[in-house]
Ligand binder design. Structure first.
Ligand SMILES: Cc1ncc(COP(=O)(O)O)c(C=O)c1O
Length: 428
């Protein structure tokens, strides 16, 4: 067997082979250029904004969609449009991108964190009821890494306890639970279309709902609190506090074009992911992601678990992971880190640094002391320690790259003594 690349052997993945996301086509370029031709650059009634909303709602299977300028603004609209505000609590997972919790804070409500499911990475439905207080108004599951949260028990708890359900599907366009797409199961839901997402428009977001009332509130909030009627005269009267969450027509046109490729791109992600997961079953030291029954993921990210014990190495997980990452990086295989700590352990929650002067936690409508401690979420802490994210598991990359990845994993896994040497070198 060849020497590891980190010790001077040949690389498994040639330099420059891994392509970035999203794949761009001439159709995408033409779509953006057509905005110049039409010379309508913005507006909630602009042609691409309206068409994108109609096409995404149709693709998803919901009554209403509003295009916004980010996933965070879509989530903020999803929270606010259900009437959640000062003094209310919303239950969110401790493992997510913190924007989920920020969307709650943006409307003066308080995020209450719950740990993730053992062996998975979405909110643990078994821990939700213990987090419910008289202040709780909603639960906000995140469909993370392209995997739907376990929606059956979550919807059941919400029904029994009178809570609204808000979805964060920023990483999960097309993921299903029980054969139904995420975004159709919740009262309101936000999607991101930022550069990295399964549906990408560079930056952007999509708010969706089947609730007519929530739709009306979200539409006002998106545009300064005004009622902006299509083809009607603008009243210039704000009915309440709103934001400026409109999107640009370049982005809307690009997003429409990308939406046409979404199902095909998701199918390719699945094909690559299933190939890698099956291969990793045979390679000690590494493991691919789980796939719970009843949930069909779209693999926004492909996660890899590190298992030193399978190589007979009695070393701390952090040392093993670092050595593996270094050895694999030298082979041309990128395994990056995402979150570093549970969201409640981030400084914003440790210091309760919101609007200043303790707000919104000190709001008179709340009247409760809440403490955020990272160690209260051990499954999240362990998940973060044991996993990393494999680059390039999407088109325009090809199966040839996946095959090279497997060859690289096999090569490095087959040299535990070399990994031990790297671990010792790092500790000196
Ligand atoms: C789970 C999750 N929620 C929310 C967001 C926020 O989306 P955006 O960056 O478009 O505001 C992201 C992406 O960044 C995300 O991954």
């Amino acid at each position: 067997m060849d020497e590891l690349a980190i010790f001077g052997g040949p690389r498994t993945v040639p330099q420059g082979m891994v392509q970035t996301w999203p794949p761009l086509t001439q159709e995408d370029r033409d779509a953006v250029l057509s905005v110049f031709d039409a010379n309508i650059l913005h507006g909630t009634s602009a042609p691409n904004a309206l068409a994108l909303q109609r096409e995404f709602a149709e693709w998803l299977g919901v009554r209403h969609c509003l295009v916004t300028n980010s996933g965070t603004s879509a989530l903020h609209m999803a929270v606010a449009s259900l009437g959640i505000g000062p003094g209310d609590e919303v239950i969110v997972p401790a493992f997510t991108y913190w924007s989920t919790a920020a969307a709650v804070l943006h409307h003066n409500a308080i995020p209450v964190f719950v740990d993730i499911e053992q062996g998975g990475w979405c909110i643990d439905p078994g821990r939700i009821e213990a987090a419910i207080s008289p202040h709780t108004r909603a639960v906000l599951p995140v469909h993370i890494h392209g995997m739907a949260a376990d929606m059956g028990p979550i919807l059941d708890i919400a029904r029994r306890r009178g809570l609204r359900v808000i979805g964060d599907a920023c990483q999960a366009h097309g993921a299903t639970w029980g054969g139904r797409k995420v975004g159709t199961l919740e009262d309101t839901c936000g999607f991101s279309t930022n550069r990295s997402k399964n549906l990408s428009s560079g930056e952007g977001g999509l708010f969706v709902t089947n609730d007519d009332q929530a739709y009306g509130v979200a539409a006002k909030l998106r545009e300064f609190g005004e009622v902006v009627v299509r083809d009607g005269e603008r009243e210039y009267n704000a009915y309440g506090l709103g934001w400026m969450y409109r999107s640009h027509e370049f982005v809307n046109a690009f997003c429409r074009s990308q939406l046409r490729h979404l199902d095909r791109n998701n199918a390719t992600r699945r094909e690559f992911a299933e190939f890698l997961t099956a291969a990793l079953e045979q390679i000690p030291g590494l493991k691919g992601p789980c796939k719970p029954a009843n949930r069909e993921p779209v693999y926004f990210s492909y996660i890899v678990e590190f298992r030193p014990e399978e190589l007979g190495l009695d070393v701390p997980i952090a040392s093993f992971k670092a050595a593996m990452q270094r050895a694999l990086a030298a082979e041309g295989i990128g395994l990056g880190q995402w979150q570093r700590v549970p969201v409640p352990a981030q400084s914003v929650f440790q210091n309760k640094q919101g609007y200043g002067r303790g707000c919104p936690w000190s709001c008179a409508f709340y009247g409760r002391e809440i403490t955020y401690r990272g160690e209260d979420y051990p499954v999240t802490v362990d998940f973060i320690a044991r996993h990393a994210y494999l680059a390039g598991v999407f088109p325009p990359n090809t199966m040839e790259l996946m095959e090279r990845y497997v060859a690289g994993f096999r090569k490095v896994s087959g040299r535990p003594e070399a990994l031990q040497k790297l671990i010792e070198q790092a500790s000196h």
